[in-house]
Structures are given as structure tokens and as C-alpha cells.
Write a protein that binds this ligand. Structure first.
Ligand code: AHR
Length: 513
């Protein structure tokens, strides 16, 4: 018999003190030419028996539209710095084949290129975030790509675009200046990259009304020196000048990797200790963002440059029997709780963090959707998908002050202190959304939501949990981990009383008077 213990907690939320806007782009996505993310994931080709529009899978698009994806980053990742965009335009049968040396050494036939990506963004209703090639490309190549995509009127690139069937320019708000320049993007020193970033960004022009938000390739994890070198290159410490508007955003990457790279652990087979270590590593992102923000504050006190976490998520060993270069992993309730905890932290940093992109949307790393290779191409929504869907009400809402004033003690795991309860809240259009993650693997949480400053007209809850942390969704059991109505939401003199099962994520939506 399992004996369940409970802990008590109280969370104060000031409903009448709206804070900064939680940028909807914190719910952004990343899709690389890697494994089965593009080919066999998003793109199955026009001749596929699976329903598709221009080769793009209809059911994948329909599922993702329910997430209100704000932006999609493409084509990499490491792939971005070996991608030459002119290979991916024109008649498909004439596009050159290349080798994707980063990811599995497989042939890339370039059938999914610029026009296909822009069509995908239009189908999803997402803003394109195109990542240009600094590592092996030229300034002219990047400058031409911007012109091809965004210029109106007449010019060599406009004529080329029109010859390939697209009259009107597209709108491209986000532009990446290389990727991981310290590693796969060219193994550069920070100062060397900073100079290149200034140069490349200069020639990424704003054509007509299209205003580019240029994002410099930033640091890995806690490499604050990289961030400082880039901030120095566009600004100066303590002086009154605002940063030069060469780039508007600076990226960082942070993955929840537990263990050494050659043994990151299984996505589905783990014990409680592994689990807490994972959540400790995931929550450490707060320190990472804090560190980079502090450096940026010193050079840019008015916060005119955005911090862009354009790769995040869990990274496990690949599923047995799959290509090690394809990064295909399962996705359990544990991954969902990582996502829930991350979003609370992202909301907390809404003043500086302007974008975040989960790696990656389909079939790679911490995916929203897993698809089968077989002819029926079964599609499964992962537990992480449901967190994105349940949290979408935070997009462009005002963060509300949220304080866990009574709660469980942090639990040590490895070198980390794991917070067992995590929460955040926001309001928009007369409604508030509260997100709660009970990280505790075995104890339920009895929580008073101490709601202040506004009348509550109604409250509805949704709950995402399952019997075991290892539970995940499969074609035979697609709803093993999926949201249900949360009944344990009751009135309380201070607001609401809720009971959150062990290892669960929940949202409460309030109708405000
Ligand atoms: O997301 C997989 C890879 O992780 C990306 O290509 C790279 O930028 C990072 O190292």
C-alpha cells in the first residue's frame, strides 16, 4: 500500500498589481534540419499518402496551431552554419544534394527550403525566425537572403524570388547572426565573433517596412565572459551611451543535461534521485538567466537589448535502436515538469528575457510531437505539448506578483537545491491564469491560493499528471499523460484551496470581477 503524505503551502498573488508583459515569444519553437524534425516530421513531401499541404503534414500543423506558436526558428542550430540558402530554392529536382555533417552524415536534398519554411510559418500563424550562416557563409550571402525574403520593388534578389513564384515579400521579424559561434558555428573566440557579428548584422538591411530584430549568437550555459565580450562590443560599461543598434538581441543556450554527454541517461528509465537531479539542473536556469542579465544590465541599464534563450529543453540518450545523430528521445511526465518549472522562471525574468525556443518541435529532443516512420505515420502529443497548451494564456499577459510564503523546504540533489513547489501568474482581458508545478515525487500539496486585490467570479482548473513520472504517450496509449478537469479547486476565505497530486502540473483560470 502506498501511503501518501501531504505538505501545506500558501501562495499570495496580487491580482491588482500587473507587472511587465510576458512576451508571447517566450513560447517560441525551434526546428532544425536534424533527424526527423523537418523530413518525416513537418515535411513529408507532396506525394505522401498522409494529408499534406505542399508537403507539410496537415495533422502536425493542426496540433501545433492549438499552441499559438508565436515564432519558429530555422534552419538550425549547428546546421545553420553549413546551410547555403540558394541550394533550397527553385525547382526541387534541380536543387543540389548536400551532406548534413553535423547530424547523422545523411544526405540533405534541400526539398525543404526558404519557400517551404515560409509556407510552414504561414500555416502555423508563427513569425519566422531565420538563422543565417556566419560559420561557412559570406556577408553577401546573408545580405542577399534578407533581400530575397523581405524586399519589395525591383532588385536582383526580388527578381529571383519572383522567378521562383513569390511576388510579394514576406515579413521576417527575427534574424540570427550565426549559431554557437564558440563551437559548431566556427570555434571562434568571443572578440573575433563580436567583430563578425557587427559586420554581418550591418549588411542585414531593413527593407521597406520590414524591421529586423538581429540576434547575436550567444553563450552556452553560464559563459558570462562571452556575453560580456558581446555587450562590450556594442556598448560601454557605465557610460551614458545606449548600445549601438547593431543587434537587438543576444542569445544563450541552456539544456537540461544530466550526466556526461556520452551518458546522459534514458528518457524513460530513471529513479527518483535521477528525477530530482534533473529538476535541480532545470531550475538552475534561473541562476543562468540572472547571471547573463546582470552583465547586460551593467552595459545596457535601460534594457534595450533582449536576452533570447533560443535553445532549451531536456537532452537524453537517444531511444535504443535509433540513429545517434538524430536525437530522437521519448518525453515523459518528468519532461513536462521541467517545462512547467522553466516557464515560471521565464515569467520571472520577463523584464529582460524576450524570447525562448524549445528544442525542438517535432521528433527531436524535448519535442511537442512524435511521429512514426510507418505508412500510417501515427502522431503522438507529448506531455510537454500539454504544458505549452495549458500555459498559452500567459502569452502577452501581465505578470502578477506571486509569492510562495509557506511551502516545503528545498530538497538537495547533487549540488542543487530543488524547489518542490513552483508557481507563476498573469492577467489579461479580465482573466488571470495561475500555473502550479508540484515537483515533489511522492507528496501531494495542499495549497491555499491567497488571492488579493480583485473579486473572483469563477475558477476552473486543469491538471496534468499520471501514476508514474516515467509515464509517456504512445500511439497505443496517446492519452496516458493528458490534461483533465481539476476537481480539487474549492473556495477558501482567502481565495481558493487546491490539492495538487504528487508530480503534477496544473493551471487555474480565474474570471476576475
Ligand atoms: O538542438 C540541437 C543542437 O544543440 C543545435 O544544433 C545546437 O545549436 C546545439 O548545440
Amino acid at each position: 500500500m502506498i501511503i501518501r503524505m501531504a505538505y501545506d503551502a500558501r501562495i499570495v498573488i496580487d491580482l491588482d498589481v500587473p507587472g511587465p508583459v510576458i512576451n508571447r515569444h517566450l513560447y517560441g519553437h525551434f526546428s532544425e534540419h536534424l533527424g526527423r524534425c523537418i523530413y518525416g516530421g513537418f515535411y513529408v513531401g507532396e506525394d505522401s499518402p498522409l494529408p499534406n499541404e505542399g508537403g507539410i503534414r496537415t495533422d502536425v500543423v493542426e496540433a501545433l496551431r492549438r499552441l499559438n506558436i508565436p515564432n519558429l526558428r530555422w534552419p538550425g542550430g549547428c546546421f545553420a552554419d553549413e546551410y547555403h540558402w540558394t541550394d533550397g530554392i527553385g525547382p526541387k529536382d534541380q536543387r543540389p544534394v548536400m551532406v548534413n555533417t553535423h547530424w547523422g552524415n545523411v544526405e540533405e536534398n534541400n526539398h525543404f527550403g526558404t519557400h517551404e519554411f515560409m509556407a510552414l510559418c504561414e500555416l502555423l500563424g508563427a513569425d519566422p525566425y531565420v538563422n543565417g550562416n556566419v560559420g561557412s557563409g559570406t556577408v553577401k550571402e546573408m545580405s542577399d537572403w534578407v533581400e530575397y525574403l523581405t524586399r519589395d520593388g525591383d532588385s536582383p534578389m526580388v527578381r529571383l524570388r519572383k522567378a521562383n513564384g513569390r511576388e510579394e515579400p514576406w515579413r521576417v521579424p527575427f534574424w540570427g547572426i550565426g549559431n554557437e559561434a564558440w563551437g559548431c558555428g566556427g570555434n571562434m573566440r568571443a572578440e573575433a565573433y563580436a567583430d563578425l557579428a557587427r559586420q554581418y548584422a550591418t549588411f542585414c538591411r531593413d527593407h521597406g517596412d520590414n524591421k529586423l530584430y538581429r540576434i547575436a549568437a550567444g553563450a552556452a550555459d553560464g559563459d558570462l565572459e562571452w556575453t560580456e565580450a558581446l555587450m562590450k562590443a556594442i556598448s560601454c560599461l557605465g557610460c551614458s551611451r545606449t548600445p549601438k543598434k547593431i543587434f537587438q538581441g543576444l542569445s544563450i543556450h541552456y539544456y537540461t543535461v544530466v550526466g556526461p554527454w556520452d551518458h546522459k541517461g534514458s528518457a524513460t528509465e530513471f529513479d527518483d534521485e535521477d528525477y530530482y537531479l534533473t529538476l535541480g539542473k532545470a531550475q538552475f536556469i534561473d541562476r543562468i538567466i540572472r547571471g547573463h542579465s546582470a552583465i547586460m544590465d551593467a552595459y545596457d541599464p535601460d534594457r534595450t537589448i533582449g536576452l533570447v534563450l533560443d535553445e532549451w529543453g531536456t537532452w537524453w540518450d537517444v531511444e535504443p535502436g535509433t540513429n545517434p545523430g538524430f536525437l530522437f528521445q521519448q518525453n515523459t511526465l518528468r519532461d513536462a515538469l521541467v517545462a512547467g518549472s522553466h516557464f515560471d522562471i521565464f515569467h520571472d525574468h520577463a523584464e529582460r528575457l524576450m524570447m525562448a525556443n524549445i528544442a525542438q518541435t517535432v521528433n527531436v529532443l524535448q519535442a511537442m510531437i512524435l511521429t512514426d516512420d510507418g505508412p500510417d505515420g501515427a502522431l503522438v502529443l507529448t506531455p510537454t505539448y500539454h504544458v505549452f497548451e495549458m500555459n498559452k494564456g500567459h502569452q502577452d499577459a501581465h505578470r502578477l506578483p506571486t509569492h510562495i510564503v509557506e511551502g516545503p523546504q528545498a530538497r538537495p540533489a547533487g549540488g542543487y537545491q530543488v524547489d518542490l513547489l513552483s508557481a507563476s501568474a498573469s492577467s489579461k482581458d479580465g482573466r488571470a491564469l495561475i500555473s502550479l508545478t508540484n515537483v515533489d515525487a511522492s507528496n501531494e500539496a495542499s495549497i491555499v491560493l491567497d488571492l488579493r486585490g480583485r473579486e473572483i467570479r469563477g475558477a476552473t482548473g486543469r491538471l496534468l499528471t499520471s501514476g508514474a513520472l516515467q509515464d509517456h504517450n504512445t500511439p497505443d496509449g496517446p492519452d496516458q499523460v493528458s490534461p483533465t478537469q481539476w476537481q480539487a479547486v474549492d473556495d477558501h476565505p482567502r481565495g481558493l484551496q487546491v490539492t495538487l497530486p504528487p508530480h503534477s502540473f496544473a493551471t487555474v483560470e480565474l474570471d476576475l470581477g
